[in-house]
Write a protein that binds this ligand. Structure first.
Ligand code: UDX
Length: 417
C-alpha cells in the first residue's frame, strides 16, 4: 500500500514483530518484500506500531489478521479478527471504512458490521487471493478485486473509497466485482476449495496410475490441453499444505454444517483424505526402495517449506514425511534454503543442515519434497559422488527420470512407473 503512494500505519500486538519491521526486516521470507519495505520506510510513508490509536487518523482500516484452525476442531478461530475490530471501534468515525481481508466463515462480515454500527463507519469485505512466494506481485497486480458491501450495490458509498485505494490496479483494467458480504466471503473459500479439489483430483489419478502402470505427469499434460480443464494446479505429488488450503477446506465443512448445508461440501472430506494419503504413500515408496526398512538408514529430505520461495512450514507435507520416517527408525536430515529456522522451532526433534552438499553426503536415500529451484537443478552425476546409495524419490515430479536413471540412480516418484 505504501509503495502505491498511500500513507500506511501497520499495527500488531506482537512487539517483536513490530520491532523487526521498524528495522526494515519482514517477519517472514517473501521474495521482493524487504526491498519494498525499506524503500517505503525511507520515503517516510510507512510506520509500524503496537499502539492502535496511531491508526485513528486513517480513513481506511484493513483487517489482515490470521484465522487458523481451532485446536481439536475443523472450524476457523476468528478471535483475532474480533479482537482487531474491537480495538478499532473507539477510533472509528462516520467517515471511516473497515475493510476485512482475513479469510472468515461466511456470516462474519455481517456480524462485525453490527459491532461497528454505532460508530457510523462502513464495513467492507475484500478477500485476499495472494499466493505465498508471489505475494508482492499478486498484491500489486491482482487478477481480480472483490468488494463485499452490506447492500451488495456498486453505488454503495464505501466502494468509491476502496476504488481510490486500488486506483493503480483499476487503471490496469483489473476486474472489480461488488457483491454482498456473504458472496465475497464465499468467493475466497470456494476458490481455495476448488484449487484443493484440483490438486487432489490429479493425486487421485496418481493413485490409479500407480495401480495401472500409467504416468500421471503425461496424463496431466494431456488433460490440461483441454482449456476447459487447464494445466495449472494439476501437478501431482505430495499434495497441498500451508496455512490456507488445508484449514480453509476444513473451516468450510464446519461452517456448512452450522448452516445445515454439510452435504454440499461433504466431498471436501475426500479431498482432504486423498491429500493426506500421499504423505503415507511417499513414506511407503521410500521404505520400499530401501528394501523394506528405514532402520539405520540415512535419509536426506530436500525441502521443509510447504512450497518453494517461502519459509512457511505450516502443515508442510515435507516435514510430515520427515517425521513419519524418523518415527520408523530412519536417520533423517532435513535441508531447506529458507525454512530451517521455522522448521526447527516447530519440530526440534529432527536434524537440520543448511548446506545442501552436507545434507546429501553419505545419504542412503534422497527425497525431494519441496521443489526449490536449486533442487530441481541438481546434477545427477555430481550428486552421485556425495551419497552412499543412489536412491532418489521425487515427491514433486519435477526431475527428468531418464537423466537420473542413466546416471545409475534408482528413481521413484508418485504416480509414475
Ligand atoms: C493459496 C491460494 O493459491 C491463494 O490464492 C490464497 O490466497 C491462499 O492459499 P498458497 O497457500 O500460498 O496460496 O499456496 P498455493 O500456491 O496455492 O499452493 C498450495 C499447496 O498446494 C502447496 O503445498 C503446493 O505445493 C501444492 N500444490 C500446488 C500441488 O501440490 N500441486 C499443484 O499443482 C499446485
Amino acid at each position: 500500500m505504501a509503495s502505491l503512494g498511500h500513507e500506511v500505519v501497520g499495527v500488531d500486538v506482537d512487539e517483536a514483530k513490530i520491532e523487526a519491521l521498524t528495522q526494515g526486516r519482514p517477519p517472514f521470507f517473501e521474495p521482493g518484500l524487504s526491498e519494498l519495505l525499506v524503500k517505503a520506510q525511507d520515503k517516510g510513508s510507512l510506520e509500524f506500531t503496537t499502539d492502535v490509536s496511531r491508526a485513528a487518523a486513517a480513513g481506511v482500516h484493513f483487517v489482515c489478521v490470521g484465522t487458523p484452525q481451532k485446536p481439536g476442531e475443523f472450524a476457523a478461530d476468528v478471535t483475532y479478527v474480533d479482537a482487531a475490530v474491537d480495538s478499532l471501534v473507539p477510533h472509528l468515525t462516520s467517515t471511516s471504512v473497515v475493510v476485512g481481508k482475513s479469510t472468515v466463515p461466511v456470516g462474519t462480515a455481517e456480524r462485525l458490521a453490527g459491532v461497528i454500527a454505532g460508530t457510523g463507519a462502513a464495513m467492507m469485505w475484500n478477500p485476499e487471493f495472494l499466493r505465498e512466494g508471489h505475494a508482492v506481485d499478486d498484491t500489486l497486480h491482482p487478477n481480480r478485486l472483490v468488494y463485499g458491501v452490506a447492500d451488495g450495490r456498486a453505488d454503495n458509498p464505501a466502494v468509491a473509497g476502496l476504488d481510490e485505494v486500488y486506483a493503480s490496479m483499476l487503471a490496469e483494467d483489473t476486474p472489480r466485482m461488488v457483491t454482498d458480504f456473504a458472496t465475497a466471503e464465499l468467493v475466497k473459500t470456494a476458490a481455495n476449495s476448488f484449487l484443493a479439489t484440483k490438486i487432489s483430483f490429479i493425486n487421485a489419478m496418481a493413485e490409479l496410475c500407480e495401480a495401472s502402470g500409467a504416468d500421471v505427469t503425461q496424463l496431466a499434460d494431456a488433460i490440461g490441453m483441454d482449456d476447459r480443464i487447464g494445466r495449472k494446479f494439476l501437478n501431482a505429488g505430495l499434495g497441498f499444505g500451508g496455512g490456507c488450503l488445508p484449514k480453509d477446506i476444513r473451516a468450510f465443512m464446519a461452517r456448512a454444517g452450522e448452516l445445515g448445508a454439510d452435504q454440499a461440501v461433504a466431498f471436501l472430506k475426500e479431498i482432504d483424505s486423498i491429500n493426506m494419503r500421499r504423505r503415507v504413500r511417499m513414506v511407503d515408496i521410500a521404505r520400499d526402495t530401501l528394501g523394506g526398512s528405514f532402520i539405520g538408514k540415512k535419509i536426506t529430505i530436500l525441502g521443509a517449506a510447504f512450497k518453494p520461495d517461502s519459509d512457511d512450514v505450516r502443515d508442510s507435507p515435507a516435514l510430515a514425511v520427515a517425521r513419519l520416517i524418523a518415527t520408523q527408525g530412519g536417520v533423517v536430515t532435513v535441508t531447506d534454503p529458507q525454512a530451517i529456522a521455522n522448521a526447527s522451532r516447530t519440530f526440534p526433534e529432527l536434524n537440520y543442515v543448511t548446506d545442501t552438499t552436507e545434507a546429501l553426503t553419505g545419504s542412503d536415500a534422497v527425497l525431494l519434497l519441496t521443489e526449490w529451484r536449486e533442487y530441481r537443478d541438481l546434477d545427477p552425476q555430481a550428486t552421485a559422488e556425495l551419497v552412499s546409495g543412489k536412491v532418489l524419490v521425487d515427491g514433486r515430479n519435477v526431475l527428468t527420470p531418464e537423466q537420473w536413471r542413466s546416471a545409475g540412480w534408482t528413481y521413484r516418484a508418485l504416480g509414475r512407473p
